[in-house]
Design a protein around this ligand. Structure first.
Ligand code: ADP
Ligand code: MG
Ligand code: MG
Length: 324
């Protein structure tokens, strides 16, 4: 953590939620805001992480199929409500009950493997967002079938980013750059009044090699791609975003999908959903939604930018392999 209180500026890095969190916060309350954000992320992680044994999510999952209902706190509640919304909006391309499959594939472990078709068929029976039971009055939650698991991996960082931004505004911070392992939120303008510049990763090149730049303010930019976590076997790329309908890594025509909007939880859910849905269906879905923009990169290396975002996007592809 680096700070220059004279200029009221704090730059802070932490490792949370399984990823690198970096914050650049400007203004009088920069230091305290950054610390509060770190604390807030810690409590979110304690609820959502499947890697923390005592986490709320692990308790929920380990009680699946039992009669018992869980009283859930507002973080879990809010995420579940949004997850349900985006699951149905995407017709199940996004599905938080994909947990058992994520665990079986083990893309996050040191020993990922390709499950047998029989095993995938078995686990698919547990996957259905329609089966989850959220009681809105009592704020309770239940997974009705034994073995079911919810996985917040595709939405938790978005939720956390929105919470971080709330902390910025309640502390009077008007300029900030918050990056939760690729889930970016830029608050206001840069201190020099220019817009923030966010690179869109080239999905087939080293980290930090871009195919274009977005110049935005007060926006979140969230990408899902087949290059974030994957393993190769017999020339096939097995990545971490599964198609909940097939049980296999999604195999749409997209290499990456970036969503640009105001709500990071929406962006996170929708980047995952659209990545699974593919170009055509995603563009149809976005037409029906307000204030959601996107950059889609297809496997044949074409870049599609939604109409309203075009004026904020600069195509810049060093590799020369992409077309726009
Ligand atoms: P990243 O983790 O790179 O931010 P995503 O936001 O797309 O990417 O989230 C992917 C994670 O979400 C996976 O690691 C897994 O835990 C979970 N997941 C995988 N496929 C799906 C899906 N179709 N719907 C919901 N969650 C998913
Ligand atoms: Mg996501
Ligand atoms: Mg994400």
């Amino acid at each position: 953590s680096k700070s220059n209180t004279g200029n009221h500026y704090v730059e802070k890095e932490s490792y949370q939620m399984g990823t690198i969190i970096s914050q650049k916060i400007y203004g009088t309350n920069a230091e305290i805001t950054a610390d509060k954000i770190t604390q807030r992320l810690k409590s979110i992680e304690e609820n959502m992480s499947v890697n923390i044994e005592t986490s709320t999510i692990n308790q929920i999952n380990s009680h699946s199929g039992q009669a018992e209902v869980f009283r859930i706190n507002s973080d879990i509640y809010n995420i579940l409500i949004m997850a349900e919304k985006f699951s149905s909006l995407s017709d199940g391309a996004f599905d938080i009950t994909v947990g058992p499959l994520v665990k079986e594939w083990g893309v996050f472990t040191n020993h990922p493997h390709i499950p047998s078709q029989k095993r995938i068929k078995e686990l698919l029976k547990l996957v259905s967002y329609k089966s989850i039971n959220i009681n809105r009055e009592k704020m309770t939650f239940r997974l009705p079938v034994k073995g079911q698991m919810v996985d917040f991996g595709a939405i938790a960082k978005g939720y956390a980013a929105d919470e971080a931004v709330k902390i910025c505004s309640s502390n009077g911070v008007k300029s900030a750059y918050i990056n939760l392992g690729g889930n970016v939120y830029v608050v206001g303008h840069k201190p020099d009044k220019t817009t923030w510049r966010i690179g869109i990763q080239n999905p087939r090149a080293a980290d930090g090699k871009y195919i274009g730049i977005l110049s935005v303010s007060d926006k979140t930019v969230v990408t899902s791609g087949d290059y974030e976590r994957f393993f190769m076997k017999n020339g096939i790329r097995y990545h971490h975003i599964l198609d909940p309908r097939t049980g296999y890594p999604s195999n749409s025509d997209l290499m990456s999908s970036t969503i640009v909007t105001n709500s990071s939880i929406c962006a996170d859910a929708l980047s995952t959903a659209t990545f699974v849905m593919g170009l055509k269906k995603s563009r149809e879905l976005l037409k029906k939604l307000d204030g959601i923009d996107a950059v889609f990169i297809t496997k044949d290396k074409k870049v599609y930018v939604s109409e309203k975002l075009k004026r904020y996007f600069t195509f810049y592809d060093e590799s020369g392999e992409f077309t726009y």
